[in-house]
Design a protein around this ligand. Structure first.
Ligand SMILES: Cc1cc2nc3c(=O)[nH]c(=O)nc-3n(C[C@H](O)[C@H](O)[C@H](O)COP(=O)(O)O)c2cc1C
Length: 181
């Protein structure tokens, strides 16, 4: 199996998640390629790839426009491969935010006509050192409004690495290997 891990990140957490996915897949004996969807200088090559793991963060209720453009443009290539979509947001960190986190993903799938074989809502992180004034106000007063966390406490990683490891092993367990073909 050869997996392409395609990610987008603004403050770095989804990049960290993508590297975690790479490490876990390699441990499972999967060949991996890692690519940054927001780096317009690299060509994304699907040759020899049978599995694609996509990871993108939510900012202001949307995944990055360039990431969505990639999904739309590569619709056919993605349909021919097994796909797992990881949607990274802070809403996913709170039980009462899960419905909203799901909405971001549903809206993206509808806009891009993308229908992954598997998907997961992954909790991101608060990275106050990366925020300008606008971002810090938005995270505090909009994203984390009424949530049991005050960003004045500083940086915090909500990502549940054990849950992500389980998502990956469940996905791999249902992905046919070339020997099954
Ligand atoms: C300006 C800004 C807007 C955000 N908007 C949302 C949002 O609408 N909903 C949400 O659940 N999380 C939102 N977040 C939280 C991010 O999804 C979270 O911090 C994630 O870990 C960012 O991933 P990245 O570090 O890979 O960019 C926002 C974060 C920032 C900085």
């Amino acid at each position: 199996m050869t997996a392409l891990i395609l990610y987008a990140t603004h403050e770095g957490q989804t990049g960290k998640i993508a590297r975690f996915v790479e490490t876990e897949l390699r441990k499972a004996g999967v060949e991996t390629r890692l690519a940054d969807a927001l780096d317009t200088t690299t060509d994304i090559d699907f040759a020899g790839v049978d599995t694609v793991i996509l990871a993108a963060p939510v900012h202001e209720r949307r995944h990055p426009k360039l990431f969505e453009a990639f999904l739309t443009a590569q619709q056919e290539a993605l349909e021919r491969r097994r796909t797992l979509m990881l949607s990274v947001s802070l809403s996913a960190a709170f039980p009462e935010g899960l419905e909203e986190a799901e909405e971001y993903l549903i809206e993206m799938k509808m806009r891009c006509r993308f229908d992954p074989d598997a998907e997961a809502l992954v909790a991101g992180a608060v990275r106050t050192s990366k925020y300008d004034y606008f971002a810090s106000q938005l995270v505090r007063h909009v994203v984390l409004r009424d949530r049991d966390y005050d960003p004045a406490q500083g940086e915090y990683e909500f990502t549940d690495w054990a849950a992500l490891r389980k998502t990956l092993s469940d996905f791999l367990a249902t992905t046919p290997t070339s020997q099954d073909a």
